[in-house]
Design a protein around this ligand. Sequence first.
Ligand code: GNR
Ligand code: NI
Length: 166
Amino acid sequence: MAIREILEFPDPRLREVGEPVTVFDDSLRQLVEDMAETMYDAPGVGLAAPQIGVSKRIFVIDIAGEDEPSDLMVFINPEILSLDGTQQWEEGCLSFPGATETVKRAEHVRVRAQDAHGKAFELEADGLLAVAIQHENDHLNGVLMIDKLNPIKKRLFSRKVNQARA
Ligand code: GNR
Ligand code: NI
């Protein structure tokens, strides 16, 4: 187990499109464990492999509250099957530390993915879980939350990111 360094915007590795996972072996499961440990340490509700410099189609999510037992979800080679409705959520991203902004996304998502053993599953989500799935899936395509903002919010968000760094 190891905590990995989280890359920050504008690291160009955050813009790469992740490669599908083809081998489900112990080294993959070690990588997933490192991702979970890094996410819990941050702490964050999700983490995508490109955020630790691994250009693969893998993300982890845990939206359990502070007083709830942890509930790690692992998504490998995810495919979004459907998106419905809209919702706005105040989002943060570990690659933009110290800043949040409201992002418009689908309210309801259906996703198919594989677990760390290669077993396929399907999931329907709404609320924060749906937001997190869309946010993490975007990372696998080199898309970041700043790309989802209109020009005014983008300006505000950039200022908050720079202030948090100063
Ligand atoms: O920790 C995180 N919080 C969060 C809050 C609202 C919507 C999405 C997220 S994901 C983020 C962690 C992260 O950067 N994942 O890529
Ligand atoms: Ni993020």
